[in-house]
Design a protein around this ligand. Structure first.
Ligand SMILES: [Zn+2]
Length: 56
């Protein structure tokens, strides 16, 4: 993954618990039905953040 794309992925994540955009600190990606599912940790509240990145 290109560094700039990775940086984009790590920024502007909606934190469900924070109810604001947060920066994530760690993530693990798994591919689910062709899409990338990221399971992440919010840097603000350490809550779980999950989202799906469509890989076209
Ligand atoms: Zn949070």
């Amino acid at each position: 993954m290109p560094a700039h794309a990775k940086k984009l992925l790590l920024a502007n994540v909606w934190g469900v618990q924070c109810r604001q955009e947060v920066t994530i600190t760690d993530f693990a990606g798994t591919v689910v039905r062709g899409d990338l599912l990221l399971q992440e940790e919010c840097s603000e509240c350490l809550g779980d953040v999950a989202r799906v990145i469509e890989m076209k």
